[in-house]
Design a protein around this ligand. Sequence first.
Ligand SMILES: NC(=O)c1ccc[n+]([C@@H]2O[C@H](COP(=O)([O-])OP(=O)(O)OC[C@H]3O[C@@H](n4cnc5c(N)ncnc54)[C@H](OP(=O)(O)O)[C@@H]3O)[C@@H](O)[C@H]2O)c1
Length: 345
Amino acid sequence: MSAPARIPAAVVNGAGYGGIELLRLLRRHPVFELVEVTARSDAGRPVEQVFPQFSGLDLTFSARVERAEVVFSALPDDAAVETLPALVAQGRRVLDLSAGFRLHDAALYPTWYRYEHPAPALLEEAVYGLAEWARERLPDARLVACAGCYPTATLLALGPALARDLIAPDVIVDAKSGVSGAGRSLKLNTLYSEANEDISAYSVRGHRHQPEIVQALAETPGAGRPAPRVTFIPHLAPMTRGILATCYGSPREGVTEDDILAAYHEAYDGEPFVRLTSEPPHTKWSYGSNRCFVYPVIEPQSGRFIVISALDNLVKGAAGQAIQCANVMYGLPETLGLPVEGVYP
Ligand SMILES: NC(=O)c1ccc[n+]([C@@H]2O[C@H](COP(=O)([O-])OP(=O)(O)OC[C@H]3O[C@@H](n4cnc5c(N)ncnc54)[C@H](OP(=O)(O)O)[C@@H]3O)[C@@H](O)[C@H]2O)c1
């Protein structure tokens, strides 16, 4: 059998954490051929000079995309909404890691992102990129708004229970993220001496991922019900990578743990990147891999439904998610070029 033709690919903003992870994964991808990498302040410098871990990668950071057919963008969302519409108009297929095209309602952007959306028509068109839920729409997509890191952990955790109406549509999500979730730009709260040996909640009165989670849960395949009430509280944890989401809900009358487990097995037994576990998952299990681990139980004392998920924010929560979606877009095996086992310890 002949090898599939290579598809020229670009990474936009290859100098941030999401972009660097895209470089790591795309460099070994057998079909997407990395032909361009852009950066702002590093434009003109060889990639291997800026990041010696890519020694031997014969690419120089450029200022713009010129040759690629498929574009993986890791721009901040405000830069993404200004930059990506032109790339889509040029006929390139774009997978965006940012939140710039995730919300369908343009009116939410001034509230949550503090800008008027410059391309509202693309909000209607963009496919929300959680590959597990979007397989039917991805093959025709021109623009994929890849699901956020916290939303991916939350949606994979709660989706089966809400979609099958096993729990009431009122949930609490207590989530912890490693520091790389905040990106590579300098910020006081991610300095080593601030974040190390510390843990705290943030954005308690409203985090940007809350409306995204609500929107996506209302669209869970099979849901067809009003959007659930979601309390989402993120925490900054003293680790480099990883998200752990502990989610709480109330089972519908008569629903047992066996019913819950049957629903989760039905949803995930055929999924290459979602694994049900028989003990609470650790973020370390997912380090560097595209897997999300999910552990659903009914806690006997309170009768409450609890589901805990763990993933790597830069892989299943960002770069790996985008490549998984791109594999589906191009009719490739969904797991192509993606790490299943991570690095441990
Ligand atoms: N980190 C995560 O875990 C994660 C997960 C899911 C999704 N995301 C999303 O993915 C996108 C990238 O996140 P990230 O964490 O990789 O970002 P990041 O590490 O914070 O990227 C920062 C780099 O972006 C460059 N940059 C900043 N503003 C820019 C602009 N207007 N135009 C071009 N380059 C600009 C800066 O480089 P210079 O100043 O050197 O030019 C900076 O070093 C974001 O939209 C983020 O929300 C991130």
